[in-house]
Design a protein around this ligand. Structure first.
Ligand SMILES: Nc1ncnc2c1ncn2[C@@H]1O[C@H](COP(=O)(O)OP(=O)(O)O)[C@@H](O)[C@H]1O
Ligand SMILES: [Mg+2]
Length: 246
């Protein structure tokens, strides 16, 4: 049984069927990829998993429980944390205080005895935010803010980390460092679900890749299986130069 799963999830926006009978599984200790063309429904699926989008059909299962009707904060407390495609940082706070806020909120309701300041310093170092930790967030470039969001999500000590296009804004070197971080986190047991348009990054770090197209899951498989899948080639990878939006 997967740690996190969706079963036959459907979401409609008026006449638009954004998700149709979508099944997704996320296992611990690995990075799972979610790819597909722009508008395929990837962010909508993240919102469904996190409790920010109601479903018309289907279920969200986490750790053997049906969490479909739980509120977003209740899901967060069970161990789901995410980052946002359209960054959602506290712009007037420093990078460090964005992380500290999450660490303090986590401590306020959990039985975690760790010192939020210590947790924050550890994450600031680990995620590579040391040089910008005192800078006000809204003065930082997009790539750095994506890392602030990752650190903030990790401060909640999640079991599943959902990343919505985390590498956009990272340069090649930063992307390599980020790939290693993801593999390290997975190595520690974390389940990572990542929407990402950087195909080489996805192929490098993901154990399993799911492919959404027009609201339907058209393929699931290993990177090698996905790369050689004819439907995926036609919908997404075939036009890699012009159709690379995740
Ligand atoms: N809140 C919303 N209201 C209406 N349509 C939406 C809403 N959110 C997303 N959509 C539409 O649903 C489809 C899937 O969007 P999205 O999940 O953002 O795709 P992706 O993340 O794969 O690019 C798109 O056609 C988008 O325009
Ligand atoms: Mg999106």
């Amino acid at each position: 049984m997967a740690l996190l799963a969706t079963k036959h999830v459907g979401v409609s926006f008026g006449g638009l069927r954004a998700l149709d009978q979508v099944d997704l599984t996320v296992e611990p200790a690995c990075v799972t990829g979610l790819i597909g063309p722009n508008g395929a429904g990837k962010t909508t699926l993240f919102n469904v998993v996190c409790g920010l989008q109601e479903t018309n059909a289907g279920q969200v299962l986490f750790d053997d429980a049906d969490i479909t009707k739980l509120k977003a904060y209740e899901r967060a407390r069970r161990g789901l944390a995410r980052t946002f495609q359209r960054l959602e940082v506290f712009g007037s706070l420093s990078a460090r205080d964005n992380v500290l806020t999450a660490a303090e909120i986590h401590k306020s309701w959990s039985h975690d005895e760790s010192d939020p300041e210590a947790v924050t310093e550890e994450l600031v170092e680990r995620i590579g935010l040391h040089d910008v930790a005192d800078e006000q967030a809204d003065t930082l470039p997009t790539g750095m803010l994506r890392l602030v969001e990752v650190a903030r999500a990790l401060a909640a000590r999640p079991r599943v980390l959902l990343l919505d296009e985390p590498s956009s804004g990272l340069d090649e070197h930063e992307s390599d460092v980020f790939a290693k971080l993801l593999l390290d986190l997975a190595g520690e047991g974390l389940a990572v679900l990542m929407v990402e348009h950087d195909v080489p990054l996805v192929m490098e770090v993901c154990t399993t890749i799911h492919v959404l197209d027009f609201g339907k899951m058209i393929a699931v498989g290993t990177p090698a299986e996905i790369q050689s899948n004819a439907d995926v080639q036609a919908a997404y990878l075939g036009g890699a130069t012009g159709n690379g939006d995740a």
